[in-house]
Design a protein around this ligand. Structure first.
Ligand SMILES: [Zn+2]
Length: 759
């Protein structure tokens, strides 16, 4: 088969063209293909002519579109199709014999077309939409006009074989990806960015809208809370000195792919979310619709969107938003309460611990003692104050308290949360008194899940930047042990993983106590959820069970390992054993690999057999994600060679990098250096390539290693990955500094030992 991928700048390699997004043209495509194969392009087929074994396929002329959206696919497929209420024909193409696996994506695409047509008040502009899954694809999916191409893992859904519980995670992933790609048919394809500087207009919006649409179709998944994980990775990336503004100057074609990153997608969608919640749903939707109508078939710059929003809302959107899109970074807001006056100070937050120069117009939201008592304002200067006497004196909060009727009790219980529901793209540092009150509010469960998520994420970042001690972060984490919200607990787990990585280098002798403390924190939730899904349980419980069991397996919890291995044995006898679901299988695979060494490799061999036999791409992906988790560097080396072999699709090697054990990191780095030329030859420097750098380099946390990495790349760096490499090295140095800070907390090992023993 053959499939094209022209974004960002590869259409020019296929046909002569002015290959820039602003230079739109109408395309008439003709293909000569073997008779028995299906040929697809952006438009429907106009006619076919047969000529022996070859057929010539003529496609209808396209409307005006950018070159990077032109696409053709030729291959052997089975398909399923439906027609939308507006008469648009939607077809999903799957590998032969697997058309049933395309039904779920088809359902989502039809719903998406109907939903976006309503939301933007602009109909889908082409006569058809095709979606195709292909076996090798560097990215997740590509929104070519009328012909969306997916990696199989992100489109195929083996519904017939799956139990209800197994289906859910996959359904969510497929829905969000399809909603994103279909949204591009408007945001990106109909109205296109003027130049790559405005790439975020495509990606930030498609991302934000995909959550809006998924939430509309499946409200029970609560995807807006999960969106916070997205915001969090944008915040993380943007606290590097080597980050870049959302609107980034692009002067060389080879550097375009580097900005398909957490700034364009995650920060882009997060600042949209911030603006949308500041302006309100109705105005925001109306403005998008006007924008879409005004720029249909044309190109737009970031300021064009701001102008429309300013016109429709009467708010000075341009001034406000340019502080977020034209400069990199974001503010840390420090908050103090003096009497009834809240004082704010903004300074750019950097993980290096230094204060940057930036200044933002920050939509500050806050509540006092209850989500009913809110206030919002724009912080436009470095320092600002607001009088919140009215909140103190309003009749009552959820506790039935106000300062007037019971000042003592009020003083004891009141709390203030800034950045309500984490809708703003900034972090908050509370003075000690406010922080203590907030912890009490979390313990009493007065605080919403998004806010709990945000408080933990901000504290974690402040700790990384050396602005807060690790002991205070560990104490805060203990408060979360009873939490049951999926997004909150998965953030808690993420923080656990990150701390283990640096603590391993700071106090290697007591890292097992730290792991034990984390096991203690997670155990109550694990016991509540068990290993097996319960029919009719909430979607998020299924997801949470998977995350927690994986964390316990990673931290070496003996009980989890015993259970996991027992269940794995049962899987060896019966691939459909009820003892493991799609979600808990991953914990079993981690346990298997944590027990694997060169001397003890039976289960590893069995796992490889499961991989070889697996007939779904998702099962293969699950296994690849954990193969490198062995504590034995020789096994990690063997796994890396396996990942680069013909047994693993080129696109899938990146899954394997994410699971590399700390014990295996030196082996992985050696492997990367030894195979450098091979990697460039086999994988090129496209979208996949970033993962080779970020995932392997990120395992280290010492300045010596950062120097070594810099030296290795001194004469190997090219424009295609220069920025990503610098970001990776900066992250190693940030962690090195964190390790040094932790070492200075001399009482830590004893504290952690106590926490571990306490249970
Ligand atoms: Zn996209």
């Amino acid at each position: 088969m053959a499939a094209t991928q022209f974004e960002a700048v590869d259409a020019r390699r296929c046909f002569p063209c002015w290959d820039e997004p602003a230079l739109k043209a109408a395309f008439q495509i003709t293909l000569d293909v073997p008779l028995e194969l299906t040929a697809l392009s952006n438009m429907p087929i106009l006619k076919e002519k047969l000529n022996g074994d070859i057929k010539t396929v003529y496609f209808e002329e396209s409307p005006m579109m950018s070159t990077y959206l032109v696409a053709v696919v030729v291959g052997s497929f089975d398909s399923v199709e439906e027609t939308t209420a507006d008469g648009i024909r939607v077809r999903v193409y799957c590998p032969p014999g697997k058309s049933d696996n395309g039904k779920f994506a088809l359902h989502v695409a039809v719903k998406a077309l109907e939903l976006y047509t309503r939301y933007f008040s602009v109909p889908y502009p082409l006569p058809k939409l095709d979606m195709v899954a292909v076996p090798e694809f560097a990215g997740g999916a590509m929104e070519n006009y009328g012909l969306i191409i997916y990696r199989e893992n992100d489109m195929l859904h083996d519904e017939l074989q799956s139990t209800a519980a197994k289906k859910q995670r996959l359904s969510e992933q497929i829905t969000v990806v399809a909603m994103h790609e279909v949204a591009h048919q408007w945001f990106g394809n109909l109205v296109t960015m003027e130049w790559w500087t405005h790439l975020w207009l495509n990606e930030g919006f498609a991302t934000w809208v995909s959550y809006m649409a998924t939430d509309n179709l499946f409200p029970e998944w609560k995807v807006w809370t999960q969106f916070l994980q997205y915001t969090a990775s944008g915040l993380h990336m943007d606290s590097l000195e080597k980050s870049h503004p959302i609107e980034v100057e692009i002067i060389h074609a080879r550097a375009v792919l580097e900005i398909f990153d957490a700034i364009s997608y995650e920060k882009g969608s997060a600042v949209i979310q911030m603006l949308q919640s500041y302006l309100g749903d109705a105005i925001f939707q109306k403005s998008l619709s006007s924008y879409m109508k005004r720029y249909a078939w044309k190109n737009a710059k970031t300021e064009d969107l701001w102008s429309v929003l300013t016109e429709e809302s009467g708010v000075e959107v341009t001034n406000l938003m340019e502080t977020w899109t034209k400069q990199k970074g974001y503010p840390l807001i420090s908050v103090n309460l003096n009497g009834h006056i809240l004082a704010f100070e903004q300074s750019q937050f950097l993980l290096s611990g230094l204060a940057g120069e930036g200044l933002w117009i920050v939509p500050i939201t806050l509540c006092l003692g209850s989500y009913e008592r809110q206030k919002k304002f724009l912080l436009k200067t470095r320092c600002g104050e607001i009088d919140i006497s009215d909140l103190f004196n309003s009749p009552s909060d959820c506790l039935g308290l106000s300062e007037e009727n019971d000042p003592e009790k009020f003083k004891e219980h009141f709390w203030i949360k800034i950045n309500i529901y984490q809708s703003g793209f900034y972090r908050v540092k509370y003075e000690d008194k406010l922080a203590t009150q907030l912890i009490k509010a979390i313990e009493s469960n007065y605080v919403s899940a998004p806010d709990k998520f945000g408080i933990l994420d901000d504290t974690h970042a402040l700790c990384q930047a050396g602005k807060q001690s690790l002991s205070s972060l560990l104490t805060l984490m203990g408060v979360y042990r009873k939490d049951i919200d999926y997004t909150v607990v998965s953030n808690l787990i993420e923080v656990c993983y990150n701390i283990v990585k640096v603590y391993y280098d700071a106090f290697p002798d007591s890292v097992d106590y730290l792991r034990q403390y984390f096991i203690n924190i997670l155990r109550p939730s694990a016991e509540r959820l068990g290993w097996e899904s319960v029919s009719g349980e909430p979607h998020l419980n299924v997801l949470l069970r998977g995350e927690i069991s994986m964390a316990l397996a990673s931290f070496g919890d003996e009980k989890t390992h015993e259970d996991a291995i027992r269940r794995f044995k049962s899987l060896l006898m019966d691939r459909n054993t009820p003892l493991l679901s799609a979600d808990t299988k991953r914990a079993a695979y981690i346990a298997v690999m944590r027990k694997t060494t060169v001397a003890s490799r039976n289960y590893f061999e069995s796992l490889l057999s499961i991989y070889r036999e697996a007939d779904t791409v998702q099962e293969k992906e699950r296994i690849l994600r954990h193969l490198a988790a062995s504590p034995d560097p020789d096994i990690v080396m063997e796994v890396l060679n396996f990942l680069a072999s013909d047994e693993v699709r080129d696109q899938d090697i990146i899954y394997g990098f994410r699971g590399i054990s700390l014990e295996g990191r030196e082996a992985a780095w050696k492997w990367l250096k030894d195979h450098w030329d091979f990697i460039l030859n086999k994988y090129g420097t496209g979208l996949l390539f970033t993962n080779f750098l970020t995932d392997i380099i990120a395992l280290f946390s010492s300045n010596e290693k950062a120097d070594e990495v810099e030296a290795f790349f001194a004469n190997r760096t090219t424009l295609a990955f220069a920025m990503n490499l610098k970001q990776s090295i900066e992250q190693v140095r940030i962690k090195a500094r964190w390790v040094q800070n932790i070492k200075q907390e001399e009482s830590l090992p004893e504290l952690i030992k106590q926490l571990a023993i306490k249970g």
